[in-house]
Design a protein around this ligand. Structure first.
Ligand SMILES: CC(C)(COP(=O)(O)OP(=O)(O)OC[C@H]1O[C@@H](n2cnc3c(N)ncnc32)[C@H](O)[C@@H]1OP(=O)(O)O)[C@@H](O)C(=O)NCCC(=O)NCCS
Length: 157
């Protein structure tokens, strides 16, 4: 694993120049994910996506659907860069610095067995709202619904 200094991580809005690396990051967790779906996201006005860039290359990606609230629909760090605080930085800088100022609340659903993601969200003050039983398939799992009010969110030091 390559050790990185978080000060050298830059958060940027996702754009077409990131597409190859972000497709690689997606394919590490989502079977059958295509570059075409990501290009669709870029063209969608209600989607706001951000990348953590290290040494000129995206190493993590997150995406929100923005309406009255923002819904975090995906966050992923490249396998070779996990466990170094990159998802924390990407998530919180995106929420605090990048999302439109009018957005006050972020919601999300997460697989109940995804301990790493739940721990990431709890670390940043997301609170559990409830459970959607059998929400996911392949494999079957419940969804934990969580929320964060932006005034409870803090930018990372
Ligand atoms: C969840 C994920 C995005 C975390 O990325 P990361 O860059 O490794 O996370 P960070 O290093 O910023 O970790 C921040 C916190 O997340 C939690 N966390 C991260 N990896 C963890 C693990 N393997 N086990 C338990 N908690 C973990 C911890 O609370 C950690 O804080 P700590 O370092 O003080 O203990 C990453 O594991 C991933 O890409 N998973 C696959 C995609 C996914 O499941 N996305 C979420 C649903 S869309």
């Amino acid at each position: 694993m390559e050790k990185i200094n978080l000060e050298n991580i830059k958060i940027e809005p996702f754009s077409i120049k990131h597409i190859e690396e972000v497709t690689t990051i997606h394919s590490q967790v989502l079977d059958g994910w295509s570059m075409k779906s990501l290009i669709g996201d870029l063209a969608n006005d209600s989607t706001a996506s951000y990348v953590a860039v290290y040494d000129g290359k995206p190493v993590a990606f997150c995406s929100f659907v923005v309406t009255d609230d923002a819904e975090l629909v995906f966050i992923c760090t490249h396998q070779a860069y996990r466990g170094q605080g990159i998802a924390s930085k990407l998530l919180m800088d995106s929420i605090v610095l990048e999302l439109p100022v009018g957005i006050t609340r972020v919601v999300l659903e997460v697989r109940s067995k995804n301990e790493a993601a739940i721990s990431l969200y709890e670390k940043h003050n997301f609170v559990k709202l409830g459970v959607r039983k059998n929400f996911y398939s392949s494999p079957a799992d419940d969804a934990i619904v969580m929320e964060l009010y932006k005034d409870g969110a803090k930018e990372l030091d």
